[in-house]
Each structure stands twice: as C-alpha cells, then as structure tokens.
Design a protein around this ligand. Structure first.
Ligand code: ADP
Ligand code: MG
Length: 140
C-alpha cells in the first residue's frame, strides 16, 4: 500500500441508527472504491488493541464500549491521497466542529458516537487493514 489506500470503519452507532447505506453512498459518491469490506463485530480485545494509542485517556472505556456494542462495517478504500481525502470527507472528530457536508456533521451524534473511523496515516492504514483483512479478502 502506498498512499492510494485508507482503512475505515462504519461504527456501531451508525449501523444501529440505520445510516450505513447513506454513509456508504457518500463514500462512493466522493470517488472512493471499495477494495475490501465486511460486517464483523469487535471483541473487547480487538477494540482495546485497535485503539491502544488512546489507552489511559478519559474517553477510552466509552470508546471501547461503543466499538464492541454491535456490528461494524470495516473497509479498505482506494483513492488518490486516500488517507487525507478520506479524513476530509469524514470531518472533525467532534461533530460540532465538523464542516458542513462531512459524514460526521451529518451522522455523528456525539464526539464518541461519531459514525465513522478513518486512518490518520499511511502507516496506520496498513496496520489497521492487516488487523481485519487477510490477503484473500482484498481486491486491491
Ligand atoms: P479520529 O477518529 O478522528 O481519528 P481520535 O483518533 O483522536 O479521533 O479518537 C478515536 C475515537 O475516540 C474518536 O473517533 C472518538 O470516537 C473517540 N474520541 C476521541 N476523542 C474523544 C473525546 N475527547 N471524548 C470522547 N470520545 C473521543
Ligand atoms: Mg484516530
């Protein structure tokens, strides 16, 4: 992977409120192609490991609770300059600060329940993709 890919999660809050279809449509309409996708559920161990960089922060337990509360859609997405372009599409972590037209502005209900995850670097896109997808599940 070399800058053409990012990794995303449609979080449990977006699935439970029935927003997954609209979110996937926005992702496609913004020109991202789906290179891998599945519906899965994170275990406690998965969530703690996936978000280990945030361990010790005050929101960590709420974040882990959210991410294990129901199914998630995990995806590898292809686009030029994918990491940065996808972060623009999802908007700020805090929906109150997110730009109009971004996914989080439209669908996040709080700073924790913010509908989607997007990798913050190429390195993390690789790490996060490897966390969920085997080679045979990718269509790069
Ligand atoms: P992002 O998802 O935008 O990369 P971070 O990596 O900083 O944001 O945080 C990971 C996730 O933890 C966020 O998407 C959000 O669900 C939650 N989170 C981050 N900061 C806070 C906060 N101050 N209060 C509550 N939840 C937070
Ligand atoms: Mg992050």
């Amino acid at each position: 992977m070399n800058g053409d890919y990012t990794f995303s999660i449609v979080k449990p809050d977006a699935l439970s409120t029935g927003k997954a279809g609209q979110i996937l449509a926005m992702i496609n309409e913004a020109g991202f192609e789906i290179a891998a996708m599945k519906l899965t559920r994170m275990t406690l161990q998965h969530a703690e490991s996936f978000y280990s960089v945030h361990k010790g922060k005050p929101f960590f337990s709420n974040l882990v609770e959210l991410m294990t509360s129901g199914p998630v859609i995990v995806m590898i997405l292809r686009h030029n300059n994918a990491v940065e372009e996808f972060r623009k599409l999802i908007g700020s972590t805090d929906p109150a600060k997110a730009e109009p037209g971004t996914i989080r502005k439209k669908f996040a209900s709080s700073i924790t329940k913010n509908a989607v995850h997007g990798s913050d670097s190429d390195e993390n896109a690789v790490r996060e993709s490897n966390f969920f997808f085997s080679e045979t599940e990718r269509f790069l």
